[in-house]
Design a protein around this ligand. Structure first.
Ligand SMILES: NC(=O)c1ccc[n+]([C@@H]2O[C@H](COP(=O)([O-])OP(=O)(O)OC[C@H]3O[C@@H](n4cnc5c(N)ncnc54)[C@H](OP(=O)(O)O)[C@@H]3O)[C@@H](O)[C@H]2O)c1
Length: 329
């Protein structure tokens, strides 16, 4: 069993300092020590995977490496009470796929605290359509969920991306009026998710130089940072709430303190990696029931391990739409 070979998408550093991933044989005995061995059925593609695969040392320090920050599968071996062989489980966040061999391999071995039992109401495949992106969207929604539904529209940026599309769908399901900011012409996709207004990304930031702008949003879920987040904060209504989780546009935030001291706007950071376990289990339950997007199946494209390279290239160019599930069966 321990020397059993399995397929994994392994990224290697080449002699010329480039990073390339390809499907190779890995062995169970070479996986890191851990309490639970899991046969991975599905993973999914997240922006952090694209960075790990590109050799970003802030994410992954040592190569060869198997990325994949998400995994869903069946427990094969366990030394942990309550986690038995045959159980369906989810692993997202922590160090999976960063400096621990991740879900782009058919097996992972992880500490018991990383393992989340698959909640009733979700299939393994659905859990990976959600994945870290859906979980991060849910954490963001949770931060602003005390905003009354009639307080005004909630803005979502990077709206066709993984986190953005999930945020639009969850907010719409909860009854919020959603405005989407997108760089793509994907009106039908965003409307089907539940966006009632769509603003072009370029138009959104035009003429945004004043320290505060016309107050429009009761809440904001930002996934891109930079000028777009700054514009969103400056156009948030009095006592509105803004969440910030990503940096695909820029890690900078060119803004003054005025929206905070003149309108009482609050800015909330989102960090899915260190979210406490008890809260994590509770949020997965919400995602399996009341917060589960109605159109989950339509939000995903399915690929195999050998289709990862073009998918990653598209993600880095901001071209992907919705979620990409990686099937490992
Ligand atoms: N803090 C956390 O715990 C956490 C967890 C998950 C993800 N994240 C971060 O959240 C961000 C989004 O992740 P994701 O998985 O949703 O990525 P994704 O699927 O690649 O989506 C990103 C979206 O951002 C928009 N975009 C792309 N390039 C842009 C640019 N130059 N300027 C403005 N918008 C741009 C695009 O949407 P449109 O074309 O519709 O505008 C794109 O689809 C990433 O930075 C990721 O690292 C953080």
């Amino acid at each position: 069993m321990t020397d059993q070979a399995f397929d994994a998408f392994i990224v290697e550093e080449t002699a010329d300092g480039q990073y390339r991933g390809s499907v190779k044989n890995a062995r169970i005995q070479d996986l890191p020590e851990g309490d639970v061995l899991i046969r991975v059925r599905h993973s999914s593609l997240n922006f952090k995977d694209a960075l790990s695969i590109s050799g970003n040392k802030g994410i992954t320090q040592n190569y060869p490496h198997t990325p994949g920050i998400d995994a869903a599968g069946i427990v094969e071996k366990s030394n942990t009470p309550g986690v038995a062989p045959g159980n369906p489980v989810i692993v997202t966040s922590y160090d999976l796929g960063m400096n621990t061999a991740g879900g782009f391999g058919q097996y992972i071995r992880v500490p018991k605290d990383w393992v989340v039992p698959l909640p009733d109401g979700l299939t393994l495949e659905e859990s990976m359509i959600l994945g870290t992106a859906g979980f991060t969207a849910a954490m963001s929604v949770e931060k602003i969920a005390d905003i009354p539904k009639n307080a005004g529209p909630v803005l979502v940026t990077g709206a066709t991306g993984g986190v953005g599309s999930m945020a639009v769908a969850i907010l719409a399901k909860l009854g919020y009026t959603v405005t989407a900011v997108s760089g793509k012409s994907e009106t039908d996709f965003l409307s089907q998710l539940g966006a009632s207004e769509i603003i072009n990304r370029q138009a959104f930031v035009e003429g945004n130089k004043a320290p505060v702008l016309k107050a429009r949003w009761a809440g904001v879920i930002d996934t891109v940072g930079g000028d777009i987040l700054a514009t969103a904060i400056k156009s948030t209504r009095a006592w509105g709430k803004v969440t910030c989780c990503g940096l695909v546009a820029s890690p900078d935030l060119p803004i003054t303190v005025f929206p905070f001291i003149l309108r009482g706007v609050s800015l909330h950071g989102i960090d899915s990696q260190h979210y406490p376990r008890e809260l994590r289990l509770a949020l997965w339950k919400k995602l399996a029931h009341d917060w589960k997007p109605d159109n989950l199946g339509e939000m995903a494209t399915h690929i195999s391990l050998d289709q990862l390279n073009p998918a990653i290239e598209n993600m880095l160019k901001g071209r992907l739409k919705g979620r990409t599930v990686v099937d490992l069966t």
